[in-house]
Ligand binder design. Structure first.
Ligand code: COA
Length: 149
């Protein structure tokens, strides 16, 4: 199994690899560069040696007790081995320690694997939003109250 540790700026190329294999339209290089800088205290990478396997990015909403899951991705060949849950558990642990009361995320309603993972961790569907990112781009907004994972 990989280790799960906090992201550092030197992980940029690892993030490019994970993102490229996980999403057809992923985050820009610019944003991936910023993740370990802006969100380092609650974002993690799963890595074995120099082989990155997955990452999670979470962010605090300024002036609130809320946080968002910005991204969760595991490279295809490492899926369904518990890495996604391991990454989420690490990130959620930090959010709890920081006093976050509610965690939100958006996910495509077609993404049954991710939805099942989030439900397993106690997230529930809060809203179904048509045209969230533009015409036809529906998203489910899911949320979880913190206190225990
Ligand atoms: C979603 C994703 C992160 C899951 O990562 P993973 O490491 O495979 O997840 P885990 O092995 O920790 O799975 C945990 C649970 O999630 C659910 N799950 C994960 N993948 C699933 C799938 N393809 N189908 C159904 N359930 C799935 C299961 O309940 C699973 O528990 P189980 O193994 O006891 O049945 C991974 O599939 C991925 O990177 N997908 C592409 C990127 C993406 O869609 N990210 C989410 C964007 S919102």
């Amino acid at each position: 199994m990989p280790i799960i540790r906090k992201l550092v700026p030197e992980d940029f190329n690892h993030l490019l690899t994970i993102e490229g294999e996980s999403f057809s339209q992923g985050y820009s290089k610019y944003f991936l560069k910023m993740i370990p800088i802006l969100f380092a205290n609650s974002s993690y990478i799963a890595i074995r040696g120099q082989c990155p396997q997955g990452y999670v990015a979470t962010a605090f909403r300024q002036g609130s007790c809320q946080a968002w899951i910005l991204s969760l991705a595991v490279r295809p060949k490492y899926r369904q081995m518990g890495i996604g849950v391991g990454l989420m558990t690490a990130g959620l642990g930090d959010l709890i320690a920081e006093g976050v009361r509610e965690v939100l995320l958006s996910v495509s309603p077609d993404n049954q694997g991710a939805i099942a993972l989030y439900e397993k961790l106690g997230f529930t569907v809060d809203q179904w939003v048509e045209d969230y990112f533009g015409p036809g781009e529906t998203r489910l907004l899911m949320k979880k109250s913190l206190g225990k994972i």
